[in-house]
Design a protein around this ligand. Structure first.
Ligand code: UDX
Length: 456
């Protein structure tokens, strides 16, 4: 099938590359000439396992092209995926200007039936606004009767596993309406996703608004689980319970399930914080307040401070002249994404209290330098040393603080850690290690919600 993807950001690029991998002829459009040049020269603007290979293979096969030519992009695909950014406005609502600009371009250039697919995460009701924008342009050209449909097909890709998530989805949500153009779009979408439905039907068909809502509901539910566990973890520390034991204990109930119950240093990334806020904002537009989500956000803001708090509890309020080793900067493993990363909150606090830090992340160091330059003053940034290996961060540091659970951090040489740190102290924001084992090794270990096992 001939497909156009508008926007070569994270979602657009993964979607375009994976649809090409299935044999489709994909045209990716972006307004950013530099990004298009990079992609046309074999580069990839984001770190995502497996993506580079898929892009290279399909470019070589002639099934994947990148361009800034709007007219050509509209002419190319009967399917037009809108996968542009929806950054939060100052008030937390999703900014739709790029989505609506893409819609207007389609209306301006289309010459026949198009299926316009909203892939970006957009508030309930956006498909109607997209349709109105297209229709307005068509009317302006005297082509008011030209047929098109707007479909909602939200993505559920996890950063770091996006290619795998796309190729082996646990569900595909598609919202269409019951107009003749909508029913025709349903057939087009059925054909597009047929390769995923060989063994099990994975598509959930619904109306457009429910599909739009599903995406927010999923992310809000997942964020709620995390904040809930983080709140319980902090209480577990007080009452003398081990949150990991509790996690196993409740996860074994199939109604609860094991996944997404890990207490930690708070959630970050491009989706959860933004989508929780956007859903709250939508509710406010209808004079409703989402009390649970307000608490989810507040708990998460507090949880991002948990590592800083543990450092202060152990080393005092004034950290002047002290140095700390920090492992992990990205908001989660297998990505270089630093958006809303808990490491940013920790580093700011340590630096503001007078400390210096030595940090390591397997892939996010370059991105970290960019965002930390925004978070910190030049003087403060000078107190952040970026180290090539985890072990190089340790020399002379008061303690090691772990923020991101990269696999490479899971079995370190503990003797070396002890020898190189000033004190054998690990403050672990991701509960990577078993507390009794740490005590046995002579390491003072502070996890999240596990103090009963160490007395710390
Ligand atoms: C998420 C959704 O999972 C995905 O379906 C959606 O399309 C986009 O948002 P992503 O933001 O890439 O994906 O990462 P995810 O793996 O879901 O983790 C989000 C955050 O929650 C991370 O900061 C992670 O560390 C944290 N987390 C996750 C926890 O703190 N505890 C958990 O149990 C799980």
């Amino acid at each position: 099938m001939k497909i156009t993807i508008i926007g070569t950001g994270y979602v657009g690029l993964v979607t375009g590359a994976c649809l090409a991998e299935l044999g489709n002829d994909v045209f990716c459009l972006d307004v950013d000439q530099r990004k298009i040049d990079l992609l046309n020269n074999g580069g990839i603007p984001i770190h995502e396992p497996g993506l580079e290979e898929v892009v290279a293979r399909n470019r070589a096969a002639g099934r994947l092209q990148f361009s800034t030519d709007v007219a050509a992009s509209v002419a190319h695909g009967q399917l037009q995926f809108i996968a542009v950014g929806t950054p939060p406005d100052e008030d937390g609502s999703a900014d739709l200007q790029y989505v609506l600009a893409a819609a207007r371009n389609i209306g301006r250039h289309m010459t026949g039936y198009k299926v316009i697919v909203d892939k970006s995460t957009v508030p309930v009701g956006t498909a109607d606004r997209v349709a109105a924008a297209v229709r307005e342009e068509l009317h302006a050209r005297g082509e008011g009767s030209m047929e098109f449909a707007v479909v909602s097909n939200p993505e559920f890709l996890k950063e770091g596993a996006a290619v795998e998530d796309f190729m082996r989805p646990d569900r595909i949500v598609i919202g269409t309406d019951d107009t003749p153009a909508g029913l025709r779009a349903r057939d087009v979408m059925k054909l597009l996703y047929a390769p995923f439905n060989r063994n099990h039907e994975r598509v959930y068909w619904m109306d457009v608004r429910s599909a739009e809502f599903t995406k927010y509901a999923a992310n809000a539910m997942l964020a709620t689980r995390i904040s809930f566990m983080n709140e319980l973890a902090n209480l577990a520390d007080q009452v003398g319970a081990d949150i990991e034991a509790v996690r196993h204990g409740i996860g074994s109930d199939p109604r609860i399930g094991h996944s997404f119950l890990y207490a930690g240093a708070g959630y970050g990334g491009s989706c959860f914080p933004k989508d929780v806020q956007a859903l709250e904002r939508t509710a406010r537009q209808y004079d409703q307040e989402l009390l649970i989500l307000r608490a989810v956000e507040a708990v998460n803001d507090r949880q991002k401070q948990v590592l800083g708090r543990k450092v202060v509890q152990r080393f005092g309020e004034d950290l002047t002249g002290m140095k700390f080793a920090v492992w992990g900067l990205a908001f989660k493993p297998n990505t270089d994404d630093m958006r809303e990363a808990p490491s940013r909150v920790l580093l700011k606090e340590l630096i503001e209290r007078g400390a210096s830090v030595a940090v390591h992340d397997p892939v996010a160091m370059e991105e970290a330098q960019r965002v930390l330059a925004l978070d910190l003053s030049a003087d403060q940034l000078a107190r952040v040393a970026f180290k090539a290996t985890p072990m190089d961060t340790l020399d002379g540091a008061e303690a090691l603080v772990i923020v991101t659970e990269w696999k490479a951090f899971r079995s370190p040489d503990f003797e070396q850690i002890k020898a190189r740190l000033k004190h054998p102290v690990i403050i672990d924001g991701r509960n990577l290690f078993e507390p009794p084992l740490m005590t046995g090794l002579g390491i003072e270990y502070h996890g999240i919600g596990r103090s009963v096992l160490t007395g710390k």
